[in-house]
Design a protein around this ligand. Structure first.
Ligand code: GUN
Length: 291
């Protein structure tokens, strides 16, 4: 039976360290500030944005929220981002994705000042990451690295299999893990929707990172005995027995996979709290640069 990687507890520890950096900044007259933009009312996005703002408040950071209707024009959003770029109270800017279909996501991301791009999504930061230059690392991939580090999982020489090739998780986490660095130095395979015989690949994984966006993507028969499994999925499964009417499930079939894995992240309480913590970390780092 696998041991749980407690993302919540690891996040608390890192947030405590961050708190002292924030207090130091405040003593020097700088309150780290995050501008959060949400377009539309996608319930999952609303709950992520709320959690990010609550986390800022808990650590004594400043956050400002811009909520725009789903039919907002691209020009209006670009103009809001431009104002936030100029706003000295905001050290970081986050535009919650996905954006409504009529918007060009890349164009919006490129409008954010790379110095304030605490998501690490701007091509300047994505490029720097690829080249190993100092930059804001994307939050979920960086959170995964921290989870592995805090759980004493050796990545050097490990066979890592990543399921999913999104700009937010799959591509960057694969890149971070094969960098000549610690954590890193792994042999990384990226699987996706066109991968033939997925199981052949996943069975090789010492570390399996699942960001496929579909519940039940990985079952126990696909996992090597003793593997480390990181479940990035957040799926809302209708459930009448819950007050909210749904329950959260990852992309991994927890019941069968936890029989094979040595370590596994739960959903919720695994990767999610780390993503938010890395966002706070990037925002604090951005504020420190402005001292
Ligand atoms: N949507 C899903 N994950 C993220 C994230 O880390 N940042 C933003 N801005 N949007 C997301």
């Amino acid at each position: 039976m696998a041991k749980l990687i407690d993302g919540k507890q690891i996040a608390v520890k890192i947030r405590e360290e961050l708190k002292s950096r924030i207090d130091k900044l405040k003593a020097q007259g700088v309150t780290p500030g995050l501008g959060v933009v949400l377009v539309g009312e996608d319930p999952a996005s609303v709950s992520y944005v709320t959690a990010k703002e609550r986390a800022c408040a808990e650590l004594g950071m400043f956050s400002s929220e811009t909520r725009l209707p789903a039919d907002t024009g691209e020009a209006e959003l670009l103009s809001r981002i431009n104002s936030m770029n100029q706003d000295p109270k905001l050290h970081g800017i986050l535009v919650q994705l996905p954006l409504p279909r009529h918007m060009d996501e890349q164009k919006i991301i490129m409008a954010i000042d790379p110095e304030k791009d605490v998501d690490g999504f701007h091509p300047v930061n994505a490029g720097k990451m690829l080249l190993g230059q100092d930059c804001y690392l994307p939050c979920t991939p960086n959170g995964i690295l921290k989870l592995l580090e805090e759980s004493d999982v050796e990545t050097s020489g490990a066979e890592v299999v990543v399921l999913g090739r999104s700009n937010i998780v799959g591509k960057p986490v694969a890149n971070l893990l094969f960098r000549k660095a610690n954590p890193g130095n792994a042999t990384v395979t990226v699987c996706h929707t066109a991968t033939r015989n997925l199981k052949e690949h996943t069975l090789q994984a010492d570390i399996l990172i699942v960001a496929a966006g579909r519940p039940g993507t990985v079952t126990g028969d696909m996992v090597k005995e003793g593997a480390v499994v990181i479940d990035v999925g957040v799926n809302r499964i209708p459930d009448e027995s819950k007050k909210r009417g749904y329950r959260l499930e990852g992309d991994v079939d927890f019941a069968s996979v936890s029989q094979k894995a040595a370590l596994i992240t739960p959903v919720p309480g695994g990767v999610g709290p780390m993503t938010i913590t890395m966002l706070l970390l990037n925002t604090v780092a951005a504020a420190e640069k402005r001292l």
